[in-house]
Design a protein around this ligand. Structure first.
Ligand code: NAP
Length: 265
């Protein structure tokens, strides 16, 4: 596994991490155990970045992550998110404490604002985020689905901390962030966490065969390799399936040549 610095924090996170949307959704014990095993396998393979959210599966995703990392907490970097309508000061504090309880950890490594909410002053949300850092409940602050100007406002609202990351949708089949958010993140040394990097499982069909053969990759692997070609990007594919998790973990074992990256459709 390859690791990259998260924002300006000095922390190293895996270039391919694990997303947890939809994890823990099924009440079926077999699915639950399979998803726990898939996350554990990912950690074994060096995928230390695990991304979840209070919203995912109504909190059960965080509970499942908590179970998966119980014996390897120190090997993982846990990212979760606070969602609107919890962006008022006291609601942020409560949401974070609830996430910490569900995750079974003493602090969250990266706490992200899931979506901006124009109805709540960003300064109020950020003062709660900084309080959580000061109290040792959160290590680093991130945002998600923030435009460039919203990220600027979020940074200006912080007194003592930096924004470490912006989590946005980015995949071979959806490159809209390349217009402004990606160049901004590169310039400002903010990590772009690429979500839905496998297009929710609708894998690209147009990847040239010669690339798949040359690098001995599946389309999913080629998509992850491509999306993480820039130093400032890490990706968080979701998989509840051990075979897929292994495939994703080995997707960046070799890098395409710059010319082959350009040939990706
Ligand atoms: P994704 O990672 O693009 O795709 C997940 C789908 O791809 C699943 O159906 C999975 O099925 C399948 N898959 C995974 N590995 C595969 C492989 N090697 N070969 C074939 N299929 C494979 O979609 P996502 O869950 O939307 O996004 C990933 C993560 O990003 C989420 O889990 C979440 O953490 C984050 N996210 C954040 C936001 C936000 O607003 N911040 C929004 C959406 C997502 P199996 O489970 O069967 O492998």
């Amino acid at each position: 596994m390859e690791y990259r610095q998260l924002g300006q924090t000095g922390e190293k996170v895996s270039v391919v991490g694990m997303g947890c949307w939809g994890i823990g959704l099924s009440k079926n014990r077999g699915d639950w155990a399979g998803e726990v095993a898939s996350l554990r396998r990912g950690v074994e393979l060096g995928m230390n970045l695990i991304d979840t959210a209070e919203r995912y599966s109504s909190g059960r995703s965080e509970e499942l992550v908590g179970e998966a990392i119980r014996d390897c907490r120190d090997d993982v970097f846990v990212a979760t998110k606070v969602a609107p309508p919890n962006l008022r000061h006291d609601a942020v504090i409560k949401a974070c404490k609830d996430s910490i309880r569900r995750l079974g950890v003493s602090c969250v490594d990266l706490y992200q604002i899931h979506w901006p909410d124009p109805a709540v002053p960003i300064k109020e949300t950020m003062s709660a985020m900084e309080r959580l850092v000061q109290d040792g409940l959160v290590r680093y602050i991130g945002v998600s689905n923030f435009s460039v100007s919203e990220t600027d406002d979020a940074r200006a609202a912080l007194a003592k901390n930096e924004i470490a990351s912006n989590q946005v949708e980015y995949a071979l089949t959806n490159r809209s962030v390349e217009a402004d958010i990606l160049p901004y993140c590169v310039r400002e040394k903010i990590t772009l966490i690429a979500y839905s990097p496998l297009a929710h499982g609708r894998l690209a069909r147009s990847i040239p065969n010669y690339i798949l053969q040359k690098y001995n990759m599946t389309p999913a692997q080629a998509m992850l390799n491509w999306v993480t070609r820039d130093e400032q990007v890490v990706a968080i594919p979701k998989s509840g399936n051990i075979k897929h998790q292994e495939e994703n973990a080995s997707s960046i074992a070799v890098r395409f040549s710059p010319r082959d990256y350009e040939k990706m459709p």
